[in-house]
Design a protein around this ligand. Structure first.
Ligand code: NAD
Length: 496
């Protein structure tokens, strides 16, 4: 039985259509169109959101362009920019309850975990990049090509210009923060497009950014469809950079769309991240860690540990251990406290995950736990699922499922498991579970992935670069490395 009752503030916020932010003004779409926003825990429509038109997109890009060219943001001192970014972090904490409620309602994220995890993490993202504002530096160089003359040579890091930031639905607030904070730190003006499914926290974040002092036109928010306005942003000749997080399939479309003006592109894409449990691992920790790595946020996490390789000597024990955890997990609405796992984002996504499990079953996978849909409170629920005895000929092993579905395979040697782990179009993340330090680091060096965890999984940090090898993406988020991707490098050679 549902006991959640919406807070008055959120009720008031959702009573009106979510609006676009263009040049400091909140507005509905120019043609008045709206889309519905669903609560994945109940299947109910909880809000409507303006659906930006092509002309809204033009206006948003023009506003960002004007503000950038006028230097409204980029020409503030670095310390002034840093103070505003820090203030956004403070406001995020201050409005944390409201923000967590919004994430719970439209992304299906349980309140407590979001309030104490993602909200402070997003706040810290703004504070982390606040610190970088005053530390964006060039270098001095020496010339060898022209002897007997004096030169002064230096490099400058300049903001890249107008950045289009396209965000997915699985981590609406954190993923937006990971893009907006470094873009603003670098001095860019931005047009942000959240996923159609999850506009609520982005709109609230934009309000906080204005309150913190980000000038009009520097931050613009477009709500609506990816294939229309996302595509327009990626194509737009006045956009200098697109940072995209989402599926590999759409990432490839972004590359095609960006060709017109050869805008810079960074892509955080899909994954099918392997976890390797060696025979000498602390098994209780490894089994628990593997279950968390796949079932957190119902597997809708880009670095979810979705392929599990277990040394043959402990294979059955680990399969049983993870299956036992999966079978014990409680699944239910994010709006109710106490469930171990919440809903999937939409009915369409739920059906797609289920179809993939059915395909695995038909290909011969053994269902060690779960495998069924759960009919509860009108929401989009699936049992935590463990598919054992899988192999690399199966689609469940090769395709990203982006749901609570783990595939498990045995291995004999390090060489064999490294080859299996690397046998994927993806290369986002991996984890290695062993007490042998040498084996751990040798395996880490051999795995083709952007981030490796040893005896843990999915621990993020703002200072640690995050991104993928192979078809998991281009570039990195977080750390100084992400900030550099919102800059151009200029070399100046002066004959004295
Ligand atoms: P998606 O690719 O369908 O959509 C992502 C965003 O792109 C949304 O805002 C969407 O509206 C927009 N979009 C869709 N079509 C577009 C187009 N033609 N041009 C421009 N924009 C377009 O992905 P999703 O279903 O929202 O998210 C799930 C996927 O995201 C998974 O594959 C997951 O692995 C990936 N993901 C990756 C990371 C990472 O950091 N590597 C993080 C989160 C999610």
């Amino acid at each position: 039985m549902m006991t959640y009752s919406m807070s008055p503030k959120v009720k008031q916020r959702l009573a009106q259509p979510q609006r676009l932010l263009i040049d400091g003004q909140w507005s509905l779409a120019s043609d008045g169109r709206v889309s519905e926003v669903f609560n994945p825990s109940s299947g109910e429509v909880i809000a409507t959101a303006a659906k930006a038109s092509a002309s809204d997109t033009e206006r948003a890009v023009a506003a960002a362009r004007r503000s950038f060219d006028a230097g409204n943001w980029a020409r503030l001192t670095p310390a002034q920019r840093g103070k505003i970014l820090w203030r956004i972090g403070d406001l995020l904490e201050q409005y944390g309850d409201e923000m967590a409620e919004l994430e719970m309602l439209d992304a299906g994220k349980p309140f407590s975990g979001t309030r104490h995890g993602e909200i402070p993490f997003a706040a810290d993202c703004f504070r982390y990049y606040a610190g970088w504002c005053t530390k964006i530096e060039g270098a001095t160089k020496q010339l060898s090509t022209v002897p007997d003359q004096d030169f002064h040579i230096y490099t400058r890091r300049e903001p890249i210009g107008v950045a289009a930031l396209i965000v997915p639905w699985n981590g609406p607030l954190v993923q937006a923060a990971w893009k907006i904070a470094p873009a603003l730190a670098a001095g860019c003006s931005c047009v942000v497009k959240p996923a159609t499914q999850t506009p609520l926290s982005t709109v609230c974040l934009a309000e906080l950014m204005l309150e913190a002092g980000v000038p009009a036109g520097v931050i613009n928010i477009l709500l609506g469809s990816g294939s229309s306005i996302g595509q327009l942003l990626a194509e737009h000749p006045s956009v200098d950079k697109v940072s995209f997080t989402g599926s590999t399939e759409v990432g490839k479309r972004i590359i095609d769309a960006a060709k017109g003006n050869l805008k810079k592109v960074s892509l955080e894409l899909g994954g099918k991240s392997p976890m390797i449990i060696y025979e000498d691992a602390n098994l209780d920790e490894a089994i628990d860690g593997a279950a968390r790595a796949i079932f957190s946020h119902a597997g809708q996490v880009c670095v979810a540990g979705s392929r599990l390789y277990v040394h043959e000597s402990i294979y059955e024990r680990v399969v049983q251990g993870v299956a036992d955890i999966a079978s014990r997990m409680t699944v239910g609405p994010a709006t109710e406290p106490g469930f171990d796992m919440g809903p999937l984002i939409s009915k369409g996504h739920l059906n797609s995950v289920f179809q993939k499990v059915e395909a695995g079953r038909a290909e011969g996978a053994r269902v060690a736990a779960g495998g069924q849909l759960i009919n509860k409170s009108g929401g989009y629920f699936m049992q935590p699922t463990v598919l054992a005895d899988t192999d690399h000929s199966m689609s469940v092993v090769n395709e990203e499922i982006f749901g609570p579905v783990l595939v498990v395979m045995p291995f004999k040697t390090m060489e064999e498991v490294v080859a299996m782990a690397n046998d994927s179009q993806y290369g986002l993340a991996a984890s290695i579970w062993t007490q042998d330090i040498s084996k751990a680091h040798k395996t880490a060096a051999a795995i083709k992935a952007g981030i490796l965890w040893i005896n843990c999984h999915a621990i993020p940090d703002m200072a640690v670069p995050f991104g993928g090898y192979k078809q998991s993406g281009w570039g990195r988020e977080n750390g100084y490395e992400a900030l550099l991707q919102y800059t151009e490098l200029k070399s100046v050679i002066a004959k004295l």
